[in-house]
Write a protein that binds this ligand. Structure first.
Ligand SMILES: NC(=O)c1ccc[n+]([C@@H]2O[C@H](COP(=O)([O-])OP(=O)(O)OC[C@H]3O[C@@H](n4cnc5c(N)ncnc54)[C@H](OP(=O)(O)O)[C@@H]3O)[C@@H](O)[C@H]2O)c1
Length: 249
């Protein structure tokens, strides 16, 4: 199949492109670095000619409500409109486990994205996954203050991006399936512990300091609601296994 991966240069997008190519599909990468901008629509329709499914794994670095909502609303609208013009019969989107009712911060953007996809005339598959193992990386790099890393409290069940990618490519192959079973990782983890183990694996002496941040977004993160329910499918690759083999999984 000819599959467009919107966000093919990103953390999970790279894995989607790899898995799809390994399974014999033709991958059309879409990102600003390959000449398409999903916020402005530049290059989208031309890139989607002959495409049988679009996997949307675009992302914005902002965790604030307004910019995240603006990004996911614009990119989702533009992708769906381009798919309708190009005759693409399947839109596959990745969202986040446990965000119902958390209409705050970044998750407000993801909920807006889900609403647009489920209301669209384009047949869709919607997969929700938990945080990737790579999630800890952001706090190690961006939240450093000298010898310390300021890490918000979080109770998560992180999953390997490679397993999420396999599920997304499987969804493409299966055809439009609507809302799919959630995908979580194998174990509960505290975010500070993930950052600590990541730093240790890199020989970085930084010490994580746990913060209790205000607001619905951070409350959701530490409440455990983002780990998913008993009906979720579970990946098998643990954080420590991912850490030990980071370049391959
Ligand atoms: N990270 C997690 O833990 C996690 C967990 C569950 C679900 N998700 C979801 O998975 C998706 C992907 O997350 P990620 O962490 O893999 O993202 P990422 O690493 O930040 O990658 C983002 C991708 O989007 C592209 N992009 C950004 N702005 C664009 C634009 N205006 N036009 C075209 N392409 C653009 C980037 O490429 P260019 O910069 O070249 O444009 C890049 O390929 C997100 O929707 C996120 O909500 C993430």
């Amino acid at each position: 199949m000819r599959i467009a991966v919107a966000g093919a240069t990103g953390t999970v997008g790279r894995q989607v492109a790899r898995v799809a190519a390994e399974r014999g599909h033709e991958v059309v990468p879409l990102s600003r670095s390959t000449g398409q901008d999903a916020v402005t629509s530049v290059g989208l329709v031309a890139a989607l000619r002959g495409v049988e499914a679009v996997v949307d794994v675009l992302n914005t670095p902002s965790v604030l409500k307004q910019p995240a909502a603006a990004f996911f609303t614009a990119t989702t609208r533009n992708l769906l409109a381009a798919e309708q013009r190009a005759g693409v019969p399947h839109h596959v989107v990745l969202s986040i486990v446990g965000i119902d009712g958390v209409d705050a911060g970044y998750y407000a953007g993801k909920l807006a994205q889900e609403r647009l996809v489920t209301a669209s005339a384009v047949p869709f598959s919607l997969l929700r996954a938990t945080q990737f193992h790579e999630f800890a990386d952001r706090f190690l790099r961006q939240a450093r203050r000298g010898r310390f890393a300021l890490v918000p409290a979080g109770l998560l069940r992180p999953v390997a991006a490679s397993e999420v990618a396999e599920r997304l490519v499987g969804a493409v192959e299966a055809g439009p399936g609507g809302r799919l079973a959630d995908l979580t990782g194998p174990r509960d983890e505290q975010l500070t512990s993930l950052v600590e183990r990541l730093a240790a694996a890199e020989g970085d002496p930084v010490r994580p300091v746990e913060l209790r941040l205000p607001g619905a977004f951070w409350r959701a993160m530490r409440s455990g609601v983002l780990r998913g329910g008993p009906d979720a499918d579970r990946g098998v690759i643990t954080f420590d296994e991912w850490l030990a083999a980071r370049t391959t999984i």
